[in-house]
Write a protein that binds this ligand. Structure first.
Ligand code: ADP
Ligand code: MG
Length: 662
């Protein structure tokens, strides 16, 4: 139905942002910074970069960047824009996300990339000199990397005043960002040509939406399970309401899978000839083929139900939605500098998020939003705005990256919202303990390597220190296995089966060595999709692992580290895991089921998905924390107090403030 250049052109002119095309291009020409506020779906992400290209901003080998907080958004919008421009993905329009670059040097003009990847590019090209315009998208989300990127761009503009920055946001009060970027009162020495330079006062523009009214319905009573409530609400919408697709907001892949399975089971019982449901999941780890399904219209007479995490809140626009079901929750990062625990917590969303979610229902015609919480909860319990992520995150990666970019005084970095000094101190302590900072808080040689390695610092440390235990081959496999969302197929509804499948591979030393076992079995099975299917292993995820592993191995080789295998010496592997993750060491408590974090003292439990869930060894290290009613350790390996003192002799002593690196 979208055939011919003509229809695409027509379509493009129908976006609300089209009316502002001239004004936008004028502002970008005249001002160093332009803040664009426009409701989700008005055309910021897909249209603005095209306008810029048409106006000549990508001429002379320059690039237009558009950053996204999420990998999946970078992929889907790049694909969409390449379709609109009728070019193949990776040619004029491409994307770059960690472990996957789909661009062509010399050809690509518009590049969608995660803000993390753009920050990483600064390590090789500190002034981002290839870019003429950088559009920071979804700025209202205030992710850690977006905040850091904005601070860095402000700094770059002092050296490169001709660089244009566009800040696109669905909700943010534009004034605060505009103020942050307003350097017009500062005296800045600019070398020679001043005439052609843009105004240092930021411009702001608001693009009105095209949305219809959305009627909001609240739950009468608090809901005990939003999984079950979203299933029953979907069924009653399907029964009572006229045609129109449904979008359900849940928190993570687990509940998404649960709802998809429950709805599919229900749909099997529909009477013949009654209109059916097409139920599709949407979450960050989805394969590209599955992502594309979400955007396709359902066959005639069927109602599409998209079951999503909060990625459909603003960053991905799905056409055809008339009904929204909002669980009222999202997985969010929370960090406590006192216990030094950084965890993903399922927590209530803010009222601003709830409004965004409801808004998804009004894109096509008047819609309805069903909130699975009471009006009282909305008014009295939900915060008006989401707290910026930087104020509820562990700062280890951020501090390391800033240090690697030559920003020594982290405390005095120009933050959009400053993080707490406790969190900064914790980060500096850890970076010192893993040996990437010296006593003057300067990057060591290892520090430069860790900063450039595309893994979080603890994982990078594990991989880089593996050569001293002669198990680099295993270390890169573990890192690659932990870099995918999950190597198992969707679990809900078939938990028993999945436990059995996992038990076949279980190794008593813990999840890391179990992952090695899965990977090696996959190779022995000649990477067969059939074998994966039989063992409930996600074939796509394993292909990604193979690819990521190849990239990491290459990077290690470039650093002069040859891939050696420990030939079955599991102790070496465990020691290597400890060398990276000692900060996540926990000791079994006398009760025999809970653990205590060695530093910080937080009480923890082994997550039921871990192979160590039943054996509860005395000492463990783990990869990440998940919080529901308890603090759960995920991806757990056996450790040993001797190894801990060996790899981090001072980390567990209570150090005096004066001894902290500053
Ligand atoms: P914004 O960034 O302002 O939220 P977008 O540029 O993402 O808006 O989307 C503009 C419009 O383009 C949307 O309203 C939607 O109708 C359409 N659109 C965007 N992505 C897709 C897609 N992958 N498939 C179909 N339509 C899309
Ligand atoms: Mg957008």
């Amino acid at each position: 139905e979208e055939s011919g250049q003509f229809s695409f052109e027509k379509r493009r002119q129908r976006h609300p942002i089209f009316k502002h095309r001239h004004e936008l291009l004028y502002l970008v020409k005249k001002h160093g910074v332009t803040v664009v506020v426009g409701e989700t779906g008005c055309g910021k992400t897909t249209q603005l970069p095209q306008y810029l290209m048409e106006a000549g901003w990508a001429e002379g080998g320059r690039l237009i960047a558009c950053t996204q907080p999420r990998r999946i958004a970078a992929q889907t919008v790049a694909l969409r824009v390449s379709e609109e421009m009728r070019v193949s993905l990776g040619a004029e329009v491409g994307y770059s996300i960690r472990f996957e670059e789909v661009t062509t040097p010399g050809v690509t003009k518009i590049k969608f990339l995660t803000d993390g990847v753009l920050i990483r590019e600064m390590m090789a090209d500190p002034l981002l000199s290839r870019y003429s315009v950088i559009m920071v998208d979804e700025a209202h989300e205030r992710s850690v990397t977006t905040d850091v990127l904005l601070g860095l761009l402000k700094k770059i503009q002092k050296r490169r005043p001709e660089l244009r920055v566009i800040i696109a946001s669905a909700t943010m009060d534009a004034a605060s960002v505009a103020t942050f970027f307003d350097t017009s009162a500062e005296r800045i020495k600019v070398s020679s040509v001043t005439e052609s330079l843009p105004d240092r006062k930021p411009a702001s523009i608001t693009v009105e939406g095209r949305s219809h009214s959305v009627r909001v319905h609240y739950s009468m009573d608090p809901v005990s399970s939003y999984v079950l409530a979203s299933v029953s609400t979907t069924l009653s919408i399907h029964k009572m309401e006229p045609a129109g697709d449904i979008l359900i907001f849940l928190t993570g892949q687990d509940d998404v899978d649960a709802v998809v399975n429950l709805l599919n089971t229900e749909a099997e019982n529909f009477p013949r000839n009654s209109p059916g449901l097409l139920v599709l999941p949407l979450f960050a780890g989805l394969s590209r083929a599955d992502q594309e399904l979400v955007f396709r219209p359902a066959a005639q007479g069927r109602r599409k139900v998209i079951v999503s995490t909060n990625i459909a809140e603003t960053s991905v626009t799905i056409p055809g939605i008339v009904y929204v079901i909002d669980s009222g929750f999202a997985k969010q990062r929370f960090y406590n500098p006192l216990t030094d625990v950084d965890a993903l917590v399922t927590a209530p969303i803010s009222r601003a998020s709830a409004e965004q979610r409801a808004g998804r229902a009004g894109r096509m015609r008047p819609g309805k939003c069903f909130r699975l919480y009471t009006e009282d909860t909305y008014c009295n319990d939900m915060k008006p705005e989401t707290v910026p992520e930087i104020q509820r995150s562990n700062l280890v990666s951020t501090v390391l990256q800033l240090k690697a970019l030559g920003i020594d005084n982290i405390m005095r970095f120009d933050w959009l919202a400053p993080p707490s000094s406790e969190a900064m101190i914790r980060a500096l302590e850890l970076l010192y303990a893993i040996g990437v900072l010296d006593t003057d808080a300067k990057l060591t040689t290892l520090g430069h390597q860790v900063a450039e390695f595309p893994l979080d610092p603890m994982m990078a440390k594990m991989v880089l220190s593996s050569s001293s235990n002669s198990c680099s081959s295993e270390a890169v496999t573990i890192a690659a296995m932990l870099s995918v969302q999950s190597i198992w197929v969707s679990s809900k509804g078939r938990q028993r089966e999945l436990d059995d499948a996992r038990d076949q591979f279980a190794v008593v030393e813990g999840d890391h060595v179990t992952y090695l076992n899965v990977y090696e079995s996959f190779l022995r099975a000649k990477q067969s999709p059939q074998w994966c299917h039989e063992n409930l292993i996600n074939y796509q995820a394993m292909k990604t692992v193979v690819d990521v592993r190849k990239q990491l191995s290459k990077l290690l080789q470039q650093l002069g580290i040859t891939l050696k295998s420990s030939d079955g010496d599991i102790k070496c592997i465990l020691k290597t895991v400890t060398a990276g993750f000692f900060a996540h060491a926990a000791e079994l408590e006398p009760s025999g089921d809970s653990y205590k974090l060695v530093r910080g003292g937080q009480q923890m439990y082994i997550h039921p998905s871990s192979v160590l869930f039943r054996t509860t060894p005395k000492w463990v290290v783990f990869h990440s924390v998940m919080v529901t009613e308890r603090f759960y350790m995920r991806d757990v390996a056996i450790s040993d107090p001797e190894w801990l003192t060996e790899v981090a002799p001072h980390y567990f002593e209570r150090r005096r403030r004066s001894q902290l690196p500053s």
